[in-house]
Ligand binder design. Structure first.
Ligand code: 6PG
Length: 243
């Protein structure tokens, strides 16, 4: 496997094995942190399974009251909508472990998107340490779209990778649904970027990105290279089948 991108790729036999590894990684990082741990959650089916695993198996192993929860992206819907990434995390994790409500910083999907990007950017600046004006999260969880999108940065909006704003309004290329997303520079400033990728449908895009194939620059995920932090891919055997 000729990896060009310097990253750590771990392949697991099952989603539970992947979820266990993510849980142990999170536990070690949170419990060793000397400050409130700034964690960015993702939407998607793989994260949903990880949330459930954490809620069942890590109720007492992780200092949940030492985590500030943020989101990498949100659909512009109300928090009770099944499309909401906040609802996904709340139903499967946040409602099941002991987290101070003031540490849950949801993106207000029901607000005017352009207003919410400003509000959420300010909230992040007021809660997350800055380096050269860019917030440095402790860990960002990312899924991978079949089109190579991350958070809500889609292939037809690659400008959001290098945007100087913390958040931006994105538009889903097929549904035209408005989204709020962190931008690429903020994601790349994180101390830990953890991709959680499962399923055969992701195998081609994951292979092209991890192997740094020439055509991979059409994928937003190919621009995810931490400036000072660590990049880790947690994959199941189906998603890693071409590596
Ligand atoms: C979203 C997610 C998105 C997701 C990928 C992968 O809002 O949908 O942020 O980026 O992580 O689409 O989703 P799956 O894990 O469901 O394949």
């Amino acid at each position: 496997m000729g990896f060009i991108v310097s990253c750590d790729v771990k392949v697991f036999k099952s989603l539970d094995d992947l979820s266990y590894h993510f849980a142990e990684l999170l536990m070690n990082e949170v419990n060793s942190a000397k400050h409130l741990f700034n964690l960015v959650l993702s939407g998607g089916t793989t994260p949903k399974n990880i949330f459930n695993f954490l809620a069942i198996n890590y109720q007492t192993k992780i200092n949940w009251n030492m985590i500030n929860f943020f989101w990498g992206d949100e659909r512009c819907v109300t928090p009770d909508n099944d499309e909401s990434n906040y609802k996904l995390a709340f139903d499967n994790l946040l409602s099941k472990v002991n987290i101070p409500v003031e540490n849950i910083h949801r993106i207000v999907g029901e607000a005017i998107p352009e207003v919410e990007t400003d509000r959420y950017s300010e909230l992040i600046k007021n809660n997350v340490p800055l380096e050269n004006g860019t917030p440095v999260f402790d860990m960002i969880m990312l899924g991978l779209g079949e089109d190579g999108h991350i958070a809500s940065i889609f292939p037809n909006q690659l400008n959001l990778i290098n945007s100087n704003t913390i958040c931006a309004v994105a538009i889903h290329p097929s549904s035209n649904q408005k989204r709020i997303t962190l931008t690429g520079k903020v994601i790349n400033s994180s101390k830990n970027i953890v991709f959680v990728v499962t399923g055969e449908k992701k195998s081609k895009v994951a292979y092209e990105i991890i192997s740094n194939k020439s055509n991979s620059n059409k994928y937003p995920a190919s621009f995810i290279r931490p400036i000072n932090g660590k990049l880790i891919w947690l994959m199941d055997q189906s998603a890693a089948s071409l590596l």
